[in-house]
Design a protein around this ligand. Structure first.
Ligand code: RUQ
Ligand code: CUA
Ligand code: CA
Length: 645
């Protein structure tokens, strides 16, 4: 079986690089040589750096992809912000950054982590400060209806502290965060893709969450050294209540997550089936796995009480380990062997195939959804038989996006390329058809791509217009800005036979993963409603200072260019709560509120109410001022707080 088409040089595998990978694999992957290869820091690993003029020339020939001043973009790009802990919104094809949504991080622009409302979402320590101030957002996915985006929520994970956050799409603000019990390294996440209504099981969208790191269960100081006692859990969260519904104890680890279009299966790729606790031991076997979960059976097991709980957690935990699931007819889980240290699992828009990339194997494994279901019926003995193609596509394959013509686009980390290949052709080649042309095109990206995704590509409405490559290294691509480089997201037009690089967009670290959503799906609001806020002040006569012992509440109204009070007094030691309602109804008329030396700064959007609480521990005069430019008299929009000694 060969995938090399002599007429198509793009289909030629790079034998030199492949030899490098194979020899590294043979000589033991713990070596420092491989480690540098994998970081992409070896110059020889990178594709030849393009001169700066090249992308500009390319862009000039793609006037269709330019967005002129005053024109609106065609797509939203919702992007996880990596270890910045935030989510970002870009427009495509322009690459313009519209918004940074604080989620797991602190943000003094809007007062995230400062206001009482945001602290209630973040969770607090007994002293009232946010429980965590760091986060690591990896994967963003939107809720679905009928297999396509419904514009309701996006979900994003925090790998550091194991939290799932929900962002409402109407206001594009985080409104709930759930910490998953008994896990570490929450990496992949994916919601259900089918209709959010199923009366028989009181159904709301499930959000599936994969834990990458194994830990002792419970992780309370026992079994510190003994890695054989560590386990990882796969978790399901309810999208509406944001409560954890169930967890599955598994062998190996979780990494990325995908959910099927029919709601029957969800899966995660596993690179550490070795269940190793040391880096070098995670690459010892040739075959790891893609692990499938039978959702209905898991929920039935929970219903039947066939579960345990761990430590203080009340969440039902069912047993998905290999030993407990030997009989496919009753199994909750199916471990499909995949070569080696796979990374990424994505589903084709027709719902038929999962593609799981090899990472340390130059292959992409194509898994048939209907065959996995047959395995669960006991009709297939060997789980490996659900793999119906395994084309060699290049070095370091990670993530795959799909167009609407049956083609897959996979990022090749080590090759610094995107490879376009045809899924049906790969299946034919796997069945012995030597005439099948699997690899159709390759394009260099700059450099070392991590995630790649297509426009609407994770929905049934995949439109085959764009692919974005979120690259891990930008090197020489932009003006240097010191040791921490800008990252690149490269926009590739995939509408023709050949991929065309359209633009480099610089991205603040780190553009981890995105989804590209058609703009007509998103319906936002520009003005809040006073009634949404229980604390809202609705009349000027209610503005004032209210004292209850040492607790003082200051009710304020903002209306450009003034606050409702010129000054207010509190006493040293008082616990002061400031409630601020923005009376302005004009779109875009947002005010800020900052108090020097008290570390307070937050925004109130039109018709919004926010509050802050602090101890008035420093006597003196403090000018409270508006931080958001709102009016010709914005600078004058200030008032005094007197703290009496
Ligand atoms: S996955 S660790 Cu979050 Cu490819 Cu990047
Ligand atoms: Cu209000 Cu500036
Ligand atoms: Ca492994």
């Amino acid at each position: 079986m060969t995938h090399d088409d002599p007429k198509n040089p793009a289909s030629k595998p790079d034998l030199e690089r492949r030899r490098f990978l194979n020899s590294a694999a043979l000589t033991g992957l713990a070596g420092a040589g491989l480690a540098t290869g994998l970081t992409g820091c070896q110059q020889e690993q990178a594709a030849a750096p393009a001169p700066a003029a090249a992308p500009m020339a390319a862009a000039a020939s793609h006037a269709n992809d330019e967005v002129a001043p005053g024109q609106l973009d065609t797509y939203y790009d919702f992007c996880s912000g990596g270890h910045s802990g935030e989510v970002r919104i870009y427009g495509l094809p322009s690459g313009r950054l519209f918004k940074r949504i604080p989620v797991f991080n602190m943000d003094c622009l809007v007062g995230w982590g400062v206001t009482n409302e945001s602290k209630a979402i973040l969770g607090t320590k007994p002293n009232g400060t946010p429980k965590y101030t760091t986060g690591d957002t990896h994967h963003v996915h939107q809720t679905y209806k009928d297999g396509t985006y419904d514009g309701k929520y996006i979900f994003v994970n925090d790998k550091i502290h194991g939290r799932l956050a929900r962002v409402r799409m109407d206001t594009m603000e985080c409104d709930k965060i759930t910490e998953l019990p008994n896990i570490q390294g929450f990496h992949g996440t994916f919601p259900d893709k089918r209709d959010p209504v199923d009366a028989s099981i009181n159904y709301t969208t499930r959000v599936f969450c994969g834990a990458e790191f194994s830990i002792p269960l419970p992780n309370d100081g026992r079994d510190l050294e003994d890695g054989s006692k560590y386990h990882s859990l796969f978790t399901c969260v309810d999208s509406e209540s944001m409560e954890v519904r169930w967890q599955v104890l598994i062998d190996g680890n979780c990494d990325l997550v995908a959910s099927s279009y029919d709601g029957k299966l969800t899966c995660t790729n596993q690179y550490n089936t070795e269940m190793a606790v040391r880096y070098q031991d995670m690459m010892t076997v040739e075959m790891d796995a893609c692990l499938f979960f039978n959702v209905a059976r898991i929920e039935q097991a929970v219903k039947d009480g066939k579960f345990t709980t761990i430590g203080d957690s009340k969440v039902p935990v069912v047993d998905g380990t290999r030993g407990a699931n030997a009989d496919p007819k009753t199994a909750l889980t199916c471990y499909v062997p995949i070569p080696k240290n796979p990374h990424g699992v994505n589903i084709s828009p027709d719902g038929k195939y999962y593609v799981c990339s090899g990472k340390l194997s130059p292959t992409a494994s194509v898994i048939a959804h209907d065959l996995v279901l047959k395995w669960f019926e006991g009709e297939i003995k060997d789980a490996r038989e659900v793999v119906i193609a395994e084309p060699e596509i290049g070095l370091g394959p990670l993530h795959t996006g799909f167009d609407n013509k049956g083609n897959a686009y996979t990022t090749l980390f080590l090759d610094s390329q995107i490879v376009k290949w045809n899924v049906e052709a790969a299946i034919k080649a796997h069945n012995g058809d030597t005439a099948a042309t699997v690899v159709l095109d390759r394009i260099d990206v700059h450099y070392q791509p991590g995630h790649g995704f297509t426009s609407m590509g994770e929905t049934r409405e995949s439109d085959g217009k764009y692919f974005v490559s979120d690259n891990k290294f930008s090197k020489d691509r932009f003006l240097p800005v010191g040791p921490l480089h800008a990252e690149t997201a490269q926009l590739i037009d995939i509408s023709g036979d050949k991929m065309k690089l359209v633009a480099d967009h610089s991205v603040y670290s780190e553009p981890h993963d995105s989804i590209i959503v058609r703009r007509d799906i998103i319906k936002t609001r520009q003005i809040y409603d006073l009634d949404e806020f229980p604390l809202a002040i609705k009349d000027y006569k209610d503005s004032g200072v209210y004292r209850d012992g040492k607790k003082v509440t200051v009710k304020l109204i903002s209306a450009a260019p003034a606050f409702s009070l010129d000054e207010f007094s509190v006493k040293k030691g008082d616990e002061v709560t400031i409630i601020l309602t923005n009376f302005d109804k004009v779109e875009d008329l947002t005010h800020g509120f900052a108090i020097p030396k008290y570390d307070i700064n937050f925004l109130v959007n039109p018709q919004e109410t926010k509050s802050v609480t602090f101890i008035a521990d420093k006597p003196g005069v403090y000018w409270c001022y508006c931080t958001n430019f709102c009016h010709a008299l914005h600078l004058e929009m200030r008032m005094r707080m007197f703290v009496e000694a």
